[in-house]
Design a protein around this ligand. Sequence first.
Ligand SMILES: Cc1cc2nc3c(=O)[nH]c(=O)nc-3n(C[C@H](O)[C@H](O)[C@H](O)COP(=O)(O)O)c2cc1C
Length: 264
Amino acid sequence: MMTPKDKWYEVIPLRHSIRAYTGEPVPGELLEQLGRVAAGFSGPAARVVVTTEAVSQVFRGVAGSYGSIVDPPAYAAVIGNKADPTFQLMCGYAGEAVVLEAVSHGLGTCWVGGFFHPDVVANAMTLAPEEQVLAVIALGMDAQAANFSHRLIKKFARSHKRKSLDELVSGLPQTEWPAWMGAALECARLAPSAVNRQPWRFLAEPGQITVSVDSLSDTYRIAKRLDCGIAMLHLETGARHLGVEGSWTYLDPPDVARYELTTK
Ligand SMILES: Cc1cc2nc3c(=O)[nH]c(=O)nc-3n(C[C@H](O)[C@H](O)[C@H](O)COP(=O)(O)O)c2cc1C
């Protein structure tokens, strides 16, 4: 039987941000499944709530060249606990679990960190004083995919505009990477990030990968550490698909976290 990590590994190259939806409701069972994944990844630093509550107001009236999200029937609210120093990382990590699970069930998704109404989300759920809605993730059927046959979609499969591994990774040369490291870094490279800024950098060393940010200044009022949390889940998914297990240690800026193998 495939573990979620294997299922997620397969959808990482297929995932793209979807900004126009059919509006068709997400089946209740699927919303429940996404809710279970969200709950499983929620903890003291971050929680993710999958809901349809006030969805038409969350994305409404924020049209523009970037950030216009049309007709999603559901969303995930990504809520951080500002009292925990890892809250931004954990928001990215937990939110992306819902993204990969949703994509593995054929849904379109899009992280929205800039143009949404956090006040509407906050009113739709009860937040503790130290909690903040960092982002929402639109969920639903891709309007474009609904208009094309599967074969056509495959034929026109879009490529990801990403920096090369040469630009992102320092340390061990690629020729010395074990298979798990190559898979982990390629999955991390394909992670989504706000305005595709790809702020993550990786130091490859024997048995470990350290994630850091390219610079300490955040842009577009969206924390780069949120993007890094997303890349961390992708990195771990790639590593685990190749049969290794590891654990994360959180580090001080500009470093973010280190993934160290616990199986060699
Ligand atoms: C934290 C975060 C915030 C984002 N905010 C927005 C947003 O406000 N509006 C939008 O249209 N896309 C948003 N995106 C989607 C990115 O633009 C997109 O992930 C990136 O361009 C890479 O494209 P891809 O997801 O199709 O691979 C966001 C992505 C992330 C990770």
